[in-house]
Design a protein around this ligand. Sequence first.
Ligand code: HGY
Ligand code: MN
Ligand code: MN
Length: 414
Amino acid sequence: MPEPRVQTDRVCSELDRLAEFSDAAGPAVTRVMLSEADLAARQYLAGLYDQADLTVRTDAAGTVFARWRGEDDTLPAVATGSHCDAIPYSGKYDGTVGVLGGLEAIRTLQAEGWRPRRSIELVMFTSEEPTRYGVGCLGSRLMVGLLDPREADALTDERGVAFADLRAQAGFAGDLATTRLAAGAYHAFVELHIEQGPLLEQAGAAIGAVTAIAAPATLRVQYTGSGGHAGAVLMADRRDALLPAAGLTLAVRAAAVQHGGDDTVATAGCLKVHPNAVNSIPSRVTAEIDIRDIDLARRDRVLTEVRSRAATLGEEHGQATEIEVLNADPPAACSPEVIAAVEESAAALDHASQRMISRAYHDSLFMAQVAPTGMIFIPCRGGVSHRPEEYASPEAIHAGVQVLAETLRRLAGT
Ligand code: HGY
Ligand code: MN
Ligand code: MN
């Protein structure tokens, strides 16, 4: 079988260029959904899609679909893709490898003169990261009907800007209900992504064939004390909102360790202190907590424990406590057919592969609810991700794009 002739230099230089659209100094990348940097990145990608003669549409949430028409465009297409938004001070490969790698896989197949029977659609999902609204995968949740369009439009960021207004300013018009995918829209979905863990590198395997995606949950807890002058209010008279929040960050770890298992992870990754001034007693503190597990019942046990501790801490400190579950999603199983296509493609190209679960979530977590879905992982150095040191080598990217191209050929050729 002819090896897909991936132009690795091209895709790596495009990844470098994409990383420049950022609100952080390199090598860090910050590209929050629909920020100026994100809008500029979208423009850059639109130019690349145009050069590849793809037919592009954008839905009302800002998810972009770039379609390579197959011989029979009426058949359910095969989709691939990922995201280009990036959490603050992260790296340049999370998500982008799946978008630019997907584009490179399509260009590689085009260059061979091969024509897919089914159309191949490259999807760039809007807002995979939870940075702006606290909930991740906004675009794919809407596409699969898991997020009420009115609720989504009403989401407000920390400046109080609603998604409805933000997307209108970006030119994404229309009712969010129109983002819902038609039943059977896709024959299959496969996402290329860095592993964001160390297993492939440790095993010396080039390819991960993902079998399942862990179950994420996010909790928001807000404590309201009384604040005041840090010098003038005596200790007995204080209601410092940071105290129950500090107790909660420790309780999150205790709950995961005592009530979870080896695959249970939890952290309070976000703590917003108001007014956040050294000489002012915190009057309001909001904690956002991330809890995950591959076992749903165990994840929910830990979630229940953390919610209970959050309430108790508020009572102990005599402070008003608001607790909100932002999302509590089930895990996803990948499709045996897509897993097989990934493994057979890797074998045909002499790339060592191994089956594994994804502890990070991805848009695939939701696409699996509407189409046979799989993921292709490539190693990232030291398993590091969501940090500026995140790195995927050209060799790793080359192998991942080759296997993606071959997987698309298999899935879209029939
Ligand atoms: O948090 C995640 O798992 C993904 O990177 N959004
Ligand atoms: Mn991420
Ligand atoms: Mn990602």
